[in-house]
Ligand binder design. Structure first.
Ligand SMILES: [Zn+2]
Length: 268
């Protein structure tokens, strides 16, 4: 079984436009069309059972349409994480609504949403996630489409983790994209959830393996950032690290299943 904790998709009628705009912003080509059906086809090719879809509200007004679409696409194989915008007049209330609608988590992105993760303005959001036991998947590290400002780096993640000890914060890209020395300094070895997307493609295998094996095995999650990487290749890259079978299982699905409350679906 494989659970991909970090994917993206868009409603059919805007996928083409959204992907074109995003591709222009980062000079990377997507690996599929960015619709639910193209994601499902990619999952079938890669042997991925379940994908978490991380939506990002780039303005406060996108809260309602993202929430409505997220409800519509929820299925056994698709687990959407809606989003709210930090400039929302009452972002903590939006967290509550997302929880009440039955979602397991939310996604935030400091670069696309113009915030720094240690900003006090964000604290009510973290408190609300903590209160409702809602997972917070937050883009961390640098971002390919933006200048390298330190708004989502490992030191700040650690600050938030110590300030909100009950917050289920999941960092992306093996702790912080292209900031892996800082990840090692501040996060590696601590009980901090991280998914591994877009890291095995960029790091030498030995370095990736070092960062993974030094981290508590219960805190690593498989992710791809599809359609920005190829899910089949990402699965192969993780297998190619030849981790202990139990660690590999933890990363591919056990930890994710536990966080998502899907233990009953696990193979024996
Ligand atoms: Zn992403």
């Amino acid at each position: 079984m494989i659970i991909d904790f970090h994917t993206h998709a868009f409603p059919d009628h805007i996928a083409e436009r959204a992907i074109a705009a995003l591709e222009a912003g980062c000079n990377v080509k997507t690996r599929h069309k960015g619709t639910i059906s193209s994601l499902l086809a990619s999952m079938d090719d890669a042997g991925i059972d379940i994908s978490v879809i991380c939506s990002i509200a780039t303005k406060p007004l996108q809260f309602d349409p993202i929430l409505a679409w997220s409800k519509q696409i929820t299925s056994k194989r698709i687990i959407p994480f809606p989003s709210l915008h930090p400039a929302d007049p009452d972002p903590a209330e939006k967290v509550k609504i997302i929880h009440e609608e039955g979602f397991k988590g939310i996604k935030l992105h400091p670069y696309y949403q113009e915030f720094s993760i240690d900003e006090e303005r964000m604290f009510p959001v973290y408190e609300a996630c903590e209160r409702h036991r809602l997972l917070l998947v937050c883009h961390t590290g640098f971002d390919i489409a933006f200048p390298r400002d330190r708004i989502a780096d490992p030191e700040k993640i650690e600050y938030i983790a110590s300030r909100f000890p009950g917050l289920l914060f999941v960092s992306t890209h093996l702790g912080g994209w292209y900031d892996w020395d800082e990840v090692e300094k501040h996060l590696t070895g601590k009980p901090r959830y991280m998914e591994i997307s877009f890291s095995l493609e960029e790091l030498p295998g030995t370095r990736a393996k070092e960062l993974i094996t030094r981290h508590p095995p219960g805190y690593l999650l498989f992710g791809t950032d599809s359609p920005w990487t190829d899910q089949t290749r990402a699965v192969k890259l993780l297998k190619a690290l030849h981790l202990e079978p139990e660690t590999e299982e933890n990363i591919f699905y056990r930890n994710a299943a536990q966080l998502l409350g899907l233990e009953q679906e696990l193979p024996v």
